[in-house]
Design a binder for this molecule. Sequence first.
Ligand code: PLP
Length: 412
Amino acid sequence: MASFVTGLESALDGTRLPHDRLQTVHEGRPLWVRYDLDAIRAAVAPADVARRAPTLWRYAELLPVEDVAAAPTLGETTTPLLPCPRLGEQLGLARLWIKDESRLPTGSFKARGLVMAVARARELGARRLAIPTAGNAGGALAAYAARAGLEAWVLMPADTPVVNRVEAAALGARVFLVDGLISDCGRLVREGAGAMGWFDVSTLKEPYRIEGKKTMGLELAEQLGWELPDVILYPTGGGTGLIGMWKAFAELRELGWLRGEGLPRMVACQSEGCAPVVDAFEAGARFSEPPADPHTVASGLRVPTPLGDFMILDAVRASGGRACAAREDRLTAWTRRACAAEGISVCPETAACLDVLERLVEEGAVGRDERVVVFNTGAMQKYVEAVDVELPRLPRAGAVDWEALRAAYGAP
Ligand SMILES: Cc1ncc(COP(=O)(O)O)c(C=O)c1O
């Protein structure tokens, strides 16, 4: 069994590297996975894909795993693309969809990247994997390492949401809390590699998480009949998903699978509490600077030093899109508002996209009739601290004043 991968390529200077061994970064920066797209075009067509099971493995030829049948799968279902008429109306949009990634194993899109990284790491002989995480990636690594029979070591900031901490530990990882940010966790993983003998599966430090995240773009295109929307809003921390989707669109274009000419405008959404990519975008820079005091309830967006900053910014600029910061004090309200409007379990990271979208519509940067897709990257249930709700109490049956209650809440 073999993949269609031809090799790895430095995203910074194009240096080629072999893919038959574990690889990390080149000159400190990420690697692209390159495929023989001519051979893929000859081997498979959209009609073949359409007959396959609804999981991310339906795009096997565009994935780096050599033996797909042996991959440590937990059932990486294709995620629904849900029309959101009520939320759309609130935002002044006629055609708004949420692509709901909360359905994936461990409740976030991190499953896509980590199933691919773990599958490849095992194929290439790694036994012990380590990850610095803002939360969700740690849970996903724990799950896939358990499934693959590998060790997972997870380092997370001490103030990571409690569900993320419990999840990674319950799924069998060795979990450590670190007094610091995800960048401090990353430094520890790097520092400990020699002594601990682990393989570092940090965002963009190995090449295969991008390939997993790429399937968000492949799926989206297929769900829209191999057309793409006008605008995509994506909550950007390390940026793997945005980078992966943009790569997916380029590969689909080269394969000749896409209908229509245009590519979507990619909007990288952050929170003003931690917005290095937005700052770099506004400054016209290709590389970002870490913010002084990074903080946000959208814990997945608290990434002060994204390794692939230039890849995010290149994609955003090439697409004619933008990088925008949401107002931190609106994130909790937007989380609740979106959940209640559509019944979708929307995470605070996605709330950042909604706050940005509201502003872009008001400014006329997104038109009322444009086709807009927002990625819901995780389940709201994982953020119990941020979404904290206070619930009124009722006395026992027989003691409720129903008339007063009806007066307070009104008729249906
Ligand atoms: C729910 C959620 N959304 C978005 C992000 C940011 O993801 P990316 O690294 O692909 O930008 C994260 C990362 O931790 C996350 O957990």
